[in-house]
Design a protein around this ligand. Sequence first.
Ligand SMILES: *Cc1c(COP(=O)(O)O)cnc(C)c1O
Length: 421
Amino acid sequence: MDAYRQQLHRYDPDIETAIRGEEERQCDGVEMIPSENYTYPEVLAALGSVLTNKYSEGYPGRRYYGGQEFTDRIETVARERACALFRAGHANVQPLSGSPMNQAVYFAFLKPGDTVLAMDLSHGGHLTHGAPVSHMGKVFRFERYKSETAQGGAIDFVGLMARAKEVRPKLVLCGYSSYPRDYDYAAFKQVADEVGALTMADISHIGGLVAADAMRNPMDAGFDVVTTTTHKSLRGPRGGLILCKAEHAKAIDSAVFPGLQGGPHMNNVAGAAVTFKKAAEPDFKTYARQILANARALAKALTDQGAALVTGGTDNHLLVIDTVASFGLDGRAAEEALDRIGITTNKQIVPDDPRPPLRPSGIRLGTPACTTRGMDEDDMRRIAGWIVDTLRAPDDAAAIAKRHTDVRAFCRGFPVPGIAA
Ligand SMILES: *Cc1c(COP(=O)(O)O)cnc(C)c1O
């Protein structure tokens, strides 16, 4: 234990012991929640630094507090690296997380009551894309498009064009947290241009895959704004990143500060800068390709053993199993059964799910965290076997206990970055 941790342990053993418990949990289990990852030790060092002491309201060169020599340097480097990585004209690295990041974009371009055309939530759209329970869903009018689940999850662009002409959106929004396919951004742009709408892509889940050019980059298709969280496939600290064309720089920056937020968390901004440096290295391209290869291997092994996947497979890092159709088990029961063997997933609604969100029809799995630990296609096949065997017989206590022991032993072969063994 390092000196600061020892100090924390002595002063507040309740909290320090809980942190240690979480470290052990992260080491002992297979993390398959597609939005999670293990960040770099270098990022943990930046997050735990004295930058957390500093107020830096404003932007480099235009701050409301003195003493900004080093914070200006950090934020400037972070912005430059983000622009280079994603081929963007401008970057704002201050959003405190994904949710305020998207709110800032809506307020930068829309007036209350304006219409956004976004992915149906049960087809993969995120809460911040105007779910009725989110404030954004109350402020703006969200209209929906869907994927064609029977057609491998493709978007029907003829239908989308007709819908756009009908609802006349100010903003066409691409993005998802449970859609297992890639988007044709150029086709979305064509629809938006036809009705004079702005284009926004929220690539929060696939930010790392896009940075590595393993998936399409909406900036290349001429999108106005691209948002991404920095803590999912990008492997960085918790935070949000807004990328845009240079012409939107002022609207975006003033929507983040002073529009929505006060002081940025400069320890996170420093961690994001380190993350962007890592993501520009050749190793990161290898990592991103392995995430995709692992997801394909997992999808094939699950399908071969009789699991029904939403859209039939995956083109990205995630997949959704219809557990009701496959195993007669709802998503909550499936999630809980897998928890008992040390495989962490999350319950997930499937397209047009007839069941309620807390007892939905499926679970969602992803490969970024496993890939960070060095797991490969053979490991995915092994994990698929454990998953299917468990979901077929969720009440077989003896088999579950044995499998939990096997999972823990398996995990010991894959150290977690940033956690001392
Ligand atoms: C995760 C996610 C967000 C929100 O990020 P938070 O950091 O949890 O607020 C927004 N959009 C999409 C598509 C996401 O997947």
